[in-house]
Design a protein around this ligand. Structure first.
Ligand SMILES: NC(=O)c1ccc[n+]([C@@H]2O[C@H](COP(=O)([O-])OP(=O)(O)OC[C@H]3O[C@@H](n4cnc5c(N)ncnc54)[C@H](O)[C@@H]3O)[C@@H](O)[C@H]2O)c1
Length: 251
């Protein structure tokens, strides 16, 4: 049985493909009205279509969410739908793996502005539109790379380390305002972003070494997020939920 998220208005960044799209589809199945946003307008539109075809409620908001003004503008548009936003899932990221000496200023700024900046803008968007009486929730996307060293991922891993820190910080800062802040740390899900850098041989290797002996699935992550957004998680804040088959625990 799915958690009941009916009457929740949930904004999801980077929902035009990959984990974000799967989260949008799943939260809508749980009854949420989802705001689907992505820099890729066609992907955004397709996610909205998939949710609606399955009988769910979705609204699309294409835009570059690394820009504060854009994030706050599209979130304000979504807030008009239900007169509030109950939760924001800060999922968007620009994934790039390369040797540290190859990182350009442009790559650094692009990755940090969406990977970390948009998490700040997402928190601001939630605070601008949530109902303090009902409470609000923020979900950030961490990763096992925040906990152990993976060569050639210096910027990506630094961002994910910062995600863990900002999750703790905002849980402490916003708890008194009835906002819960948590993160999930999924592992090894073959999404379009990940498949640029991880081939099938590497996924097979991981499936042999992850304690639960398989790689991650989109639904593992979506189920964890739905739980964290549900009433059953009402006293959970400041946690990072590892959805990785035991990978970090065994590293
Ligand atoms: N796939 C995995 O195994 C895995 C593991 C750990 C963490 N994560 C995290 O999960 C999240 C989703 O990852 P994914 O694998 O689905 O990646 P993905 O690259 O397939 O999807 C990312 C989405 O973000 C969007 N995006 C990028 N820049 C944007 C911008 N400026 N404005 C708006 N949207 C933008 C992209 O267009 C894309 O649709 C990321 O935060 C990632 O770090 C993924």
């Amino acid at each position: 049985m799915h958690p009941d998220l009916s009457s929740q208005y949930i904004f999801i960044s980077g929902a035009g493909r990959g984990l974000g799209r799967a989260v949008a589809r799943h939260l809508a199945r749980c009854g949420a009205v989802v705001g689907v946003s992505d820099i890729d307008a066609a992907g955004c539109e397709e996610t909205v279509r998939l949710v609606r075809d399955a009988g769910g409620q979705a609204h699309g908001f294409p835009g570059d969410l690394s820009q504060r003004a854009t994030f706050l503008e599209v979130a304000a548009e979504f807030a008009k739908v239900g007169k509030r936003i109950d939760a924001v899932v800060n999922n968007a990221a620009h994934l790039r793996y390369e040797k540290v000496e190859d990182v350009t200023q442009e790559t650094f700024e692009k990755m940090v502005s969406i990977g970390l900046g948009a998490v700040v803008w997402g928190a601001q968007a939630l605070l601008a539109h949530y109902d303090a009486g009902r409470g609000g929730a923020i979900i950030n996307m961490a990763s096992p790379v925040a906990y152990r060293g993976y060569p050639n991922t210096s910027i990506y891993s630094s961002i994910k380390g910062a995600i863990v820190a900002i999750t703790h910080t905002l849980a402490a800062e916003l708890g008194p305002r009835n906002v819960r802040v948590n993160a999930v740390a999924p592992a090894s899900v073959p999404t379009p972003g990940a498949l640029q850098y991880v081939d099938s041989a590497e996924y097979e290797r991981r499936a042999r070494t992850i304690p639960l002996r398989r790689i991650g699935r989109e639904e593992d992550n979506s189920n964890a997020i739905a739980f964290l957004l549900s009433a059953e998680a009402s006293f959970i804040s400041g946690t990072v939920l590892h959805v990785d088959g035991g990978a970090v625990a065994s590293a």
